[in-house]
Structures are given as C-alpha cells and as structure tokens.
Design a protein around this ligand. Structure first.
Ligand code: AMP
Length: 118
C-alpha cells in the first residue's frame, strides 16, 4: 500500500490543517489528540512519509529513527507525564486499529491509564 499524501496528519505537517502543537523540530511534530481518551493524550509523528512503525523501521534513516524516539521522551517531559508515568502506544494496520495511515505514537498520561488492552 503506498503512502497516502492526503491523510490528515500529512495535511497537519503541511500546515493545511491546524493542530494544538506541543513540539516540533526538523524531524518530528507533536500535538494534542483532537479527541483525547485520557487527561493527557498527545501524538508524536515523524515528518517523513511513513505509514506505520514497520514502514518507518524499514525505510527511515537512523537519524530519523533516533529523533523520533527521543521526541517521545522529550514530549512526555514537556507534558510532565514522566513524573507519574505514562503509556506509549502505536496502532499498526487494520487489526491494530490504525485509523490514520501516517506513523504516530500516542502518549497517554495525567491519570491511571488502566488496562493495557480492552
Ligand atoms: P489511530 O487510531 O491510532 O490511527 O489514531 C488516530 C488518532 O488521531 C485518533 O486518536 C484521533 O482522535 C486522532 N486525530 C484524528 N484527526 C486529528 C486531528 N485533526 N488532530 C489531532 N488528532 C487527530
């Protein structure tokens, strides 16, 4: 499946759709989820065109992979999520429940996150 340049996160990266930005650098963008499922619900996405984690790990440069993973911790720190803990989650493909076909990590925090899988 080719990358869909019209997915909603691609539009956010291009600035065609607004987002509540938390952090941005050359490699990564982070913003609040539009429909938060916990008190804190942030998303971290790479700026490159990657469908999911498998696609990213196959095609991204080492620098992109390092920057993406570092950004998850950086954003968690900015949100003070690291203090009491948080959950990072990435849905992959249809069985994984992925709705937006651009790699994203969810960060849930600010309260007890609960069961790992519902
Ligand atoms: P997933 O099911 O893992 O693909 O998650 C997609 C997430 O993107 C959901 O939690 C949505 O609420 C979120 N989302 C969809 N559109 C937007 C948007 N325009 N801004 C922020 N988050 C969004």
């Amino acid at each position: 499946m080719p990358y869909d340049k019209n997915n909603i996160f691609a539009k956010i990266i291009r600035g065609e759709i607004p987002c509540k930005k938390i952090f941005e650098n050359d490699y990564v963008l982070s913003f609040h989820d539009i429909s938060p499922q916990k008190k804190i619900h942030a998303l971290v996405i790479p700026k490159g065109e990657y469908i999911d984690l498998d696609d990213f790990n196959k095609k991204a440069s080492d620098k992109e992979i390092i920057e993406f993973h570092k950004a998850v911790s950086h954003v968690s720190n900015l949100l003070k999520a690291s203090e009491k803990g948080y959950r990072v989650l990435s849905n992959i493909g249809s069985d994984g429940g992925q709705e937006v076909p651009h790699l994203h990590f969810h960060i849930f925090a600010g309260e007890k996150i609960g069961k790992m899988v519902i």
